[in-house]
Design a protein around this ligand. Structure first.
Ligand code: PEP
Ligand code: MN
Length: 337
């Protein structure tokens, strides 16, 4: 339910109304823009809540039901995308950010070399897996805490933000300590108990699309995080499983404009996992930008063939620098039109 409030409502009156809703047992959140103030009642299904009980509340001018089930991730409350800041990097409408780094952090020399290259190519965010969701329990599982410490050191030296995957809610205190953005991987997109916990963290979340998730399911997963109170969620299209075995996944380029039309959240693309093939990273990066992506995530390594995970899709530091050189003009041109 959306309660549209009187334009001249003052903070005291808003507080009294909020207390009343709390007393009535509703879970709500307050949304202010320059034009209006709304209260979103987010508990319960709208069809089961009696609309009349809100109509006579003071300062409530209009009451309407949410049409979409992704109430906070959708555009009913917030038509325009709200940008958010992580240190000096802005995410959202009109801003473009590149996250690059190894699939797995493998050691000090590797992550420092990569951090230097990522930074000099103009990217602002270093990615690196420390807790890896591998298909085989016998494959390299990541360096864990040691890896996060190395990435934090390398990022500090080159003034980069960091992003790394959280696989288990148990690791939240550890990962929060070392990483700026917490990644939820495709395999955990519907791990609802993890998503609920991430709704309570102060760190932004990079939420990757599940291997066979619909847009609706993807946005409902974002809703779990948003409804817990964490407003800083970035969506990542990383390819879906289709009948085509040539590529590792099928990067769903249409997902980018569709998600942006359904949601105010920033949408980035991952052409590395999205294709699984090194030579496709550059063309798919451009395609994603042309489709309106707010950023990219790319796997890079000084010696791609020797990467301990995802070697086939990992590009060299030189190729990354070339991509950055070629996409930034494309991006600028698109943003300026
Ligand atoms: C990753 O980013 O290294 C990763 C495992 O991604 P995904 O969850 O998209 O497979
Ligand atoms: Mn990977």
């Amino acid at each position: 339910m959306i309660l549209e409030l009187a334009k001249d409502i003052d903070p005291k009156q808003l507080g009294a109304l909020a207390d009343k809703l709390e007393w009535m047992g509703f879970n709500y959140s307050i949304h202010k823009t320059d034009e209006r103030t709304d209260i979103a009642i987010i508990s319960g299904s709208d069809s089961k809540v009696d609309i009349n009980q809100f109509k006579n509340l003071p300062y409530v001018e209009n009451v309407s039901s949410f049409k979409q089930s992704f109430k906070l991730a959708g555009k009913e409350l917030r038509e325009k995308s709200k940008t958010f800041q992580i240190e000096d990097v802005t995410f959202g409408q009109g801003h473009f950010s590149v996250m690059a780094g190894p699939c797995s952090i493998e050691g000090e020399e590797q992550i420092f070399n990569i951090a230097e290259a990522v930074s000099s190519a103009g990217a602002k965010i270093l990615r690196g897996g420390a807790f890896k969701p591998r298909s085989s329990p016998y494959s390299f599982q990541g360096l864990g805490k040691e890896g996060l410490k190395l990435m934090q050191k390398a990022a500090a030296q080159y003034k980069l933000l960091t992003v790394s995957e959280i696989m288990d809610a148990e690791d939240l205190p550890l990962i929060e300590e070392y990483v700026d953005i917490l990644q939820v991987g495709a395999r955990n997109m519907q791990n609802f108990s993890l998503l609920k916990k991430l709704g309570k963290t102060s760190k932004p979340i990079l939420l990757k699309r599940g291997l066979s998730a619909t847009y609706q399911e993807f946005l409902m997963s974002a809703e779990y995080i948003l409804s817990g109170g964490n407003e800083r969620v970035i969506l990542c299209e990383r390819g879906i499983r289709t009948f085509e075995p040539y590529t590792r996944n099928t990067l769903d380029i249409a997902a980018i404009p569709i998600l942006k039309s359904l949601s105010h959240l920033p949408v980035i693309a991952d052409p590395s996992h999205g294709t699984g093939i090194r030579s496709l990273v550059a063309p798919m990066s451009k395609a994603a930008i042309a489709a309106g992506a707010d950023g990219l995530m790319i796997e890079v390594h000084p010696e791609p063939d020797k990467a301990l995970s995802d070697a086939a899709q990992t590009i060299s530091l030189e190729d990354f620098s070339k991509i950055m050189g070629s996409i930034l003009p494309v991006n600028k041109q698109l943003v300026s039109v």
